[in-house]
Design a protein around this ligand. Structure first.
Ligand code: ZN
Length: 195
């Protein structure tokens, strides 16, 4: 068991694409457990391997509540195989201490991955749940994508990064995501109609 050092925004490794894991070695298992310990030690709900300096395709998530038993899930070589709907919420990241930004996400995702025993599994996460958002957030890390790239308000994101003494936003990394924004606009129109 070890608490690992978390790579902070600004370090280039966070922007690199991570490699597939070809063998679940003892080293990978130890790393997974250290990542879980590190996530808990920092009160996070998720942590991806690139955030501890390992550019390999693995992340851990635990969205259980304080009064629930620990329920860490290890995702190896994950693939999002279905995504639908749209939601937006303030999100943070252990690589961005104290910075929270409103980001767009799909409200539903279905993800396929392998566990630490090499067994494949599929998880569906619905209704814009914390799990649905965490899966997208952590999966992005494996492709060098960061939550601020999904910001709905670039001015807010610039301000939040500045206030927390973090490096500037990388405008060339910002994602368009018209599909999600269109659904959000439609959802808002539905709500307005009902009022
Ligand atoms: Zn993150």
């Amino acid at each position: 068991m070890a608490i690992l050092k978390i790579v902070k925004y600004g370090e280039e490794s966070l922007r690199q694409k991570s490699k597939e894991i070809t063998k679940i070695s003892k080293k990978i298992k130890v790393l997974a457990h250290d990542m879980i310990d590190t996530m808990y030690a920092n009160n996070g709900v998720g942590l991806a391997a690139p955030q501890v300096g390992e550019n390999i395709r693995m992340f851990v998530i635990d969205v259980s509540l304080d009064n629930e038993p620990f329920n860490p899930i290890v995702f190896i070589n994950p693939k999002i195989i279905k995504k639908e709907g749209a939601t937006h919420e303030k999100e943070g990241c252990l690589s961005f201490p104290n910075a929270f930004v409103d980001v767009r996400r799909y409200s539903y995702v279905k993800v396929k991955a392998t566990d630490l025993n090499g067994k494949p599994f599929v998880i569906e996460a619905k209704d814009g749940s914390l799990l649905a958002r965490a899966i997208q957030h952590e999966n992005d890390h494996l492709d060098g994508i960061l939550f601020i790239d999904h910001t709905r308000n670039i001015f807010e994101a610039i301000k939040v990064l500045e206030e927390n003494n973090l490096p500037k936003i990388q405008e060339d990394k910002l994602l368009e995501e018209k599909e999600i924004e269109d659904i959000l606009a439609q959802n808002k129109a539905d709500v307005d109609d009902k009022q």
